[in-house]
Write a protein that binds this ligand. Structure first.
Ligand code: UD1
Length: 423
């Protein structure tokens, strides 16, 4: 097991280049199952989740060739239908093979992903939507698996109680090959959903309302493989934006789409940073202690839950008191106990947190509980006095390409070391 060791007290300055989005690449990899032949993906991030998703696809009969940033996925005429627990429990995102399997194989046996450190993530909306399309779920003796069959999917009108990203994706990937028309109301409209729609359209799917909360899908008989460039990772880009804000630094982020981060960048402006936008990204600079900013997480285009830990970390060294409300995942405050080990003054009540900014944090050993919490704790370590170690580095490696190297290039004193407490 590896951990990050950070010696705090540095200002981060320089450039960071962002690759394709984790939350998009996993879905477009799953979408490749919808067509026989070779799909080519570019701007694929070099992160831990991609080879695991490759193994999931391999288990279904596909072949994944090449390495990030370019991979090719070759899908045979007949595909398997089972995604096992070993893989699905490692990346919950792999549950997005459910829709493609029902559409292509007419049946699916996908392990239930199980618990998660950011809170309960039920699949009721995925199941409801797929049932509306005609899938029949087995509920008895399924031994921890979602088991479903669909001789022929048929278009339907579907309303989502909540604009779930994963449910929208699974329903969408099933509906593109269903017979007739489907509409998904209150659909999620994250940039990663738009990216998936663009890939499906390139494969021959008929989708209207892309980027809105009503998706209209006209089912087609078959799809062809396509070439697709994965959309930039707005959460990684946003991480570097908060890194500049909280270290009173200056970071030029390349390869990002600033329009996907409007609220997050505006929060940095409210905190006192200067944000400059460019065609290929943006720059954030902050020459004084940031001011506290209130945050409310919401589905896109609201403030992303995945950047909430970075916002709390910045507020923990900001001037003033911030009120942070987490509306998406109830367990997302779990990392606050770790941040408190660095001296952060954060009190929570349910899904609300009050963050009282401190002049400085003080280095201590902490543990990453998930990808984003891990990245936020590293940033907190960069502004803390002394040495901070962040255990369970693998969480961060699941979603951040060249994380340590990027931070080193920005001036951070960070290295990757073996976790000696485990030796
Ligand atoms: C995706 C992202 C994750 C991001 C999240 C919200 C991936 C791999 N992960 O997760 O990084 O934080 O979107 O932007 O893309 N819910 C239900 N029933 C369902 C499905 C979801 O109640 O059937 C609830 C969840 O418990 C949660 C909320 O809806 O409270 C949001 O979940 P969802 O949008 O589905 O997130 P994911 O797709 O799991």
């Amino acid at each position: 097991m590896e951990q990050f060791e950070v010696v705090g007290g540095t200002r981060l300055a320089g450039e960071a280049t962002v690759a394709g989005a984790k939350n998009s690449v996993l879905k477009v990899m799953a979408a490749s199952l919808l067509a026989t032949g070779t799909t080519r993906l570019t701007n694929v991030p070099d992160i831990g989740d991609v080879p695991i998703m490759g193994e999931v696809l391999g288990g279904l009969g596909a072949t994944v060739d090449g390495d990030a940033p370019d991979i090719a996925i070759t899908v045979p005429d007949e595909i398997g239908y089972e995604a096992d627990y070993h893989h699905v429990s490692r990346i919950r995102g792999s549950v997005c093979v459910l829709g493609p399997l029902l559409a292509r194989a007419g049946r699916a046996r996908v392990a239930m992903p199980g618990g998660d450190a950011i809170g309960s993530r039920t699949l009721d909306l995925h199941i409801m939507g797929l049932e509306r399309l005609g899938a029949v779920f087995d509920t008895a003796n399924t031994h921890g698996y979602l088991v479903a069959e669909a001789a022929q999917l048929a278009g339907a009108q579907i309303w989502l109680d909540f604009p779930s990203v994963g449910a929208t994706e699974n329903i969408l990937m099933a509906a593109v090959l269903a017979k007739g028309n489907t509409s998904i109301d209150n659909a999620a409209r994250e940039p990663e959903i738009v990216d998936l729609c663009e890939m499906l359209i390139a494969m021959g799917a008929q989708i209207g309302g892309v980027g809105t909360s009503t998706l209209e899908i006209e089912g087609v008989d078959s799809l062809q493989p396509a070439s697709h460039r994965v959309v930039a990772d707005r959460i990684v880009a946003g991480t570097w934006a908060f890194a500049a804000g909280m270290t009173q630094g200056e970071i030029r982020v390349r390869g990002a789409t600033h329009e996907h981060l409007e609220i997050a960048l505006d929060k940095l402006v409210q905190a006192g940073a200067v944000v400059t936008t460019y065609d290929d990204g943006f720059a954030v600079s902050c020459d004084a202690r940031p001011r506290a900013v209130d945050i409310v997480t919401l589905p896109y285009p609201g403030f992303p839950t995945d950047l909430q830990p970075m916002a709390i970390a910045m507020n923990s060294v900001a001037d003033g008191v911030a009120f942070v409300t987490e509306n998406i995942f109830e367990g997302r405050f779990m990392f606050i106990d770790e941040l408190a080990r660095l001296g952060a003054d954060v009190r929570t009540d349910g899904h609300h947190a009050i963050v009282r900014g401190r002049e400085r944090l003080s280095g201590a050993p902490v543990r990453a509980t998930d990808i984003r919490a891990g990245a936020a704790l590293v940033l907190a370590g960069v502004v803390a006095d002394g040495v901070t170690t962040i255990a369970d580095a693998f969480h961060v490696d699941r979603g951040y390409q060249s994380f340590v190297e990027t931070l080193q290039a920005l001036g951070a004193n960070i290295r990757r070391v073996e976790d000696s407490t485990l030796l």
